[in-house]
Write a protein that binds this ligand. Sequence first.
Ligand code: GRF
Length: 219
Amino acid sequence: MAKLKAGVLISGRGSNLLALLQACDAPDFPAEIALVVSNRAEAGGLAQAERLGVPTRVIAHGDFADREDFDRAVSAALEAAGVELVCLAGFMRIFSPWFPAYWANRILNIHPSLLPAFRGLHAPQQAIDAGVRVSGATVHLVTETLDGGPVVAQAAVPVHQDDTADMLAARILLAEHELYPLVLRWFAEGRVHLLRAPGKPDRVRIDGVAADAALLWRP
Ligand code: GRF
């Protein structure tokens, strides 16, 4: 069966990208990374992709007059590579409304909190400041609202009393590296479905697997 072609957008070190690349390296994994795009030439993740022979492109946001021009250039590169699903992995640019509308229900992001708690930057620090005992990682569909689209999957980790933001972020990151490849697999297997009900926010249903069982606790 043909593999789902994913495109990954990064801005930095790319540890989630590496987790996705490693998962896709397994012959029986149902998705492949067709293109990695970075808005920064110095993003560490680019070298990791190149090492594994995955095509990369740098599209520098500074080269474009406005946000939508940049978004359209990224989108054109993804489409030229045959990308069917976009995975944001530490991509630090806010889209114009055009991009998530164009890729609606075909774009994922990973965020280091249990959304809808702690949207935006510095989520591990936000969790510590709020005094919560549990945090984690969320993979969600991307909409126009920052970190606001329907949740696809979550993994929870404890917040220890003496945690620094870096310690918590590192614990969450380990969960991210398991969660994102799992969701990519579910997507490629056609298990991810959007549920729509009038007057309510969209929700996601995962078919055929227990979407929560393995992910609830990562001490
Ligand atoms: C991760 O913590 C992810 O949740 C957030 O950005 C960070 C990216 O890290 N969106 P990396 O570049 O994948 O290592």
